[in-house]
Write a protein that binds this ligand. Sequence first.
Ligand code: GLV
Ligand code: MN
Ligand code: MN
Ligand code: MN
Length: 419
Amino acid sequence: MKTAKTMPALNPTRLWDRVDALAQYTVPGQPWTRRAFSDLFLQGRAWLRAEFEAAGLTVHLDAAGNLVGRREGRNPGAKPIVTGSHCDTVMSGGRFDGIIGVLAGIEVAHALHEQGITLEHPFEVIDFLSEEPSDYGISCVGSRALAGLLDDAMLNERDQAGETLATGIARIGGKPGALSMPLRPAGSTAAFVELHIEQGPVLETNNLPIGIATNIVGIRRFKVVVDGQPDHAGTTPMDIRRDALVGAARIIEAVNGHARRMLDGPHYVVATIGHLLLTPNASNAVPGHVEMMLEVRSDSPAVLETFAEDVMSEVRASVESLGLQLACTQLSNSLPTDCTPFMVDLIEGAARALGYASMRMPSGAGHDAVYLAKSGPMGMIFIPCLKGRSHCPEEWIEPQQLLDGTRVLYETVMALDRS
Ligand code: GLV
Ligand code: MN
Ligand code: MN
Ligand code: MN
């Protein structure tokens, strides 16, 4: 790999120190957990707001609960060039997923501020609300709302304490009543570019510092409910039990098998049941009720359309033969999304200009960029992460890798401003 040209405007120490500082906002004893809507998340956001301001950005919270920092441009009529990602984490997640996209955006703004550079376009950095599946079951809450796709059914989903998503958004300072229209309609941004860790092993395996996303998978999530009967685990004979967890196990097996059978097919297909609630959830009680989250990801709209229904019809008779009832309802749906071809070229050119080797690649992870593509051109920059690990505490990148990605982000923003 050729070494990158120096770009003294960026401050690598400040950039990395911010990653360390935000990581301190984690649940004690459970690194690295900062769930959207939690008190810790709000404390992290208060810190973030101060960092936005230190970088010379004017900050506001939009109606969807996104934290937006803005640097005005020379041309008041020009549409904003937007970057950003998310600072919420999954349970026991990492310190980099999403986070570096926000902090690199702040560093780009800070560098512009220190050099006194005013771009032609306004420049915005956004911390999107709850990119990860929230406790209400909905992911990409803030970016989805920007596109006008956070519908009433989603706003009425409840967390385990019974709070609706709408109430959660209001609690953190958003205005859920103002979300029926897109906050950023089609044509409202000059471009959106997001820096993110790859979350897979391809860049590291190929010893490449930069990846450029070509497309992002579509994701459908479903709530699957199995109802049986809770009973005493010591006294209820095996042949009269209606054990909901036994039915759930059959469904999990069927989901996995269905996706595996598509391994040699023409499409990328993965399916996961990664979240499960069980009642009564006691060692001496027969499980009477199970709720699971089924997630299907693919680059094929047709597969996304049929997967869950196919699995449910495959397994229904077997589950009902256990005296159980089965229901599957769709929670959310995002279509496979292509990155804008000229953005792919532009990012590739920015990497090349800095001396970085790069490759084009699809994204199997979901991103806020999917929804920002509804408001204008969209592109994504990936950097490698250690052994491709992500959504786990072991997630890791080196400071140099973060700097590489931030340089490409800076150069991409400058190129967009010139174009
Ligand atoms: C987001 O992290 C995803 O689930 O891909
Ligand atoms: Mn992410
Ligand atoms: Mn994630
Ligand atoms: Mn993600």
